[in-house]
Write a protein that binds this ligand. Structure first.
Ligand SMILES: [Zn+2]
Length: 58
């Protein structure tokens, strides 16, 4: 099994739920993502490393 050499995989984070989410819905024809749990568009994304750093996750 090989590991990709990217700095980290992309994660989605819901600011409303304050947690990392999987498989957010993308609004049609936009770069806006909807949280599958709360259905809000408070979803940001970045590398796992940057998100954990930014939101001070463990
Ligand atoms: Zn949410």
């Amino acid at each position: 099994m090989t590991q990709p050499k990217s700095p980290g995989c992309i994660r989605f984070f819901c600011r409303n739920c304050a947690k990392i989410i999987e498989n957010p819905e993308q609004k049609k024809d936009t770069y806006v993502y909807l949280c599958p749990d709360c259905k809000e568009d408070q979803v940001t994304f970045g590398t796992e490393k940057s998100i954990k750093h930014f939101f001070h996750l463990k």
